[in-house]
Design a binder for this molecule. Structure first.
Ligand SMILES: Cc1ncc(COP(=O)(O)O)c(C=O)c1O
Length: 400
């Protein structure tokens, strides 16, 4: 059968590593799994209790509001004010989404169509590369960091590359996608970068869509900036915030699009046709999480930071040096020189089969991902130490 929209998608390389993981497990191996950024830490108890209570009330079983109930949008606006010092009008500048992923996909639909294009950093979280195409638009990939410059975080060269892509484009881009702390590279930026990004977009009449999935995951005192902290950013920017990583509520599917009121209104309108909103008890529990478990993100952050330290110091001990990320829940590790030529898919395969350690091959994240593997910090310290022992066994050339 012939299909639309999905035929141009590259083969899902993670399916290959998932299958290998399943085979290793079926053979009785205990695979330490850093493959999928699926948080293992529990959601806040108070949210779970509220969900159970609200689910017993039949009034909550009906369709809810697709844009999110007012108190949920208010709780989001309050969090932005308290954490980022950004004022949002919960009625016009906040819409609830079914996670950031759904929000991202559908905001592309209202911003882009056939004949349009979008600037998207690469390597990238896969939907950032696929979303413009689902909306019928073309993609203008821009390297996040130039490995030739040895950089970890994007700087002036990122804007040079963006400008070049913009100049080369036959169809002038309408949208620029950004997401920092970044998945998969864990690149982080500061407020000056965000101000530059806003300037870049505004002067070229583009909308910035900033996916802020790791808003609360900055380490060693680093607080990732919201793009909306830039004065005047609301003229041209929207941001996606999600409870998935900040509150470890991945399965609940609660996210938001906030910022420019026109874009928020456009997505709200589209969503009023597409969905009836998240199950209302989930929305009620999300309000309680944001209002009454305010410090939960800080606890999660400490856990991820400790896991990062265990992984980075363990890798260092076996001769695999990786600089510690300042944010996100990932370690983006360059494949050590003796193994680099095999490529990320073969290297990730070797790690599963011989070390019983699952990672994500960089090639699965698009251009610029080759030569790296991504560790998601979803295993605790003891399991991470076990992984290091497996890696030491499987990578003898590190010590050669
Ligand atoms: C950059 C980025 N955006 C969005 C998501 C998914 O967020 P949500 O669960 O809110 O859809 C992820 C999850 O890994 C991510 O890395």
């Amino acid at each position: 059968m012939e299909f639309r929209r999905i035929t141009g998608l590259p083969p899902y390389v993670f399916a290959h590593t998932n299958a290998l993981k399943a085979t290793a497990r079926a053979a009785g191996h205990d695979v330490v799994d850093f493959g999928f950024g699926n948080p293992d830490l529990p959601s806040p108890d108070i949210a779970v209790e509220k969900l159970a209570e609200a689910a017993h009330n039949p009034r909550n079983h009906r369709y809810s509001a697709s844009r999110g109930i007012p108190n949920l949008r208010l709780a989001m606006a309050t969090r932005y004010r308290d954490v980022f010092g950004v004022e949002l009008d919960p009625d016009t500048e906040v819409v609830t989404t079914i996670g950031a992923k759904e929000g991202f996909t559908h905001v592309m639909w209202v911003l882009l169509g056939p004949g349009d294009s979008a600037l998207v950093p690469t390597p990238s979280y896969p939907i950032h590369l696929a979303g413009p195409g689902f909306a019928g638009a073309s993609l203008l990939p821009v390297p996040v960091v130039d490995p030739a410059l040895g950089g970890r975080d994007p700087g002036a060269d990122f804007f040079d590359a963006m400008h070049e892509a913009w100049q080369r484009a036959t169809v002038k881009p309408r949208v620029v996608v950004a997401s920092f702390p970044h998945n998969p590279t864990s690149a982080c930026v500061d407020q000056a970068f965000m101000a530059h990004l806003v300037d870049f977009a505004r002067s070229r009449e583009m909308v910035v869509v900033h996916d802020f999935a790791y808003a609360d995951l900055g380490f060693d005192g680093y607080q990732p900036p919201s793009i909306l902290q830039v004065p005047g950013a609301k003229d041209c920017a929207v941001e996606l915030y999600t409870l998935t990583k900040s509150f470890s509520m991945a399965g609940w599917r609660v996210g938001f699009l906030v910022g420019n009121a026109e874009v928020v209104a456009a997505l709200t309108k589209l969503k009023s046709y597409l969905d009836y909103g998240t199950f209302q008890p989930v929305q009620i529990a999300a309000i309680v999480a944001m209002n009454e478990a305010r410090d939960y993100p800080a606890e999660l952050r400490a856990t991820y930071q400790s896991r990062r330290d265990t992984l980075i110091s363990g890798l260092e001990r076996i001769g695999w040096s990786v600089a510690p990320p300042r944010g996100s829940m990932f370690v983006w590790a360059r494949i050590p020189e003796p193994y680099r030529a095999m490529g990320s898919l073969a290297f990730a395969t070797k790690l599963i089969e011989e070390a019983h350690v699952a990672t994500s091959p960089g090639v699965g994240f698009g251009d610029g991902g080759e030569g790296y593997v991504r560790f998601a910090l979803i295993e605790n310290e003891a399991r991470t130490a076990q992984a290091i022992r497996g890696l030491r066994r499987a990578l003898p050339e590190l010590r050669a």
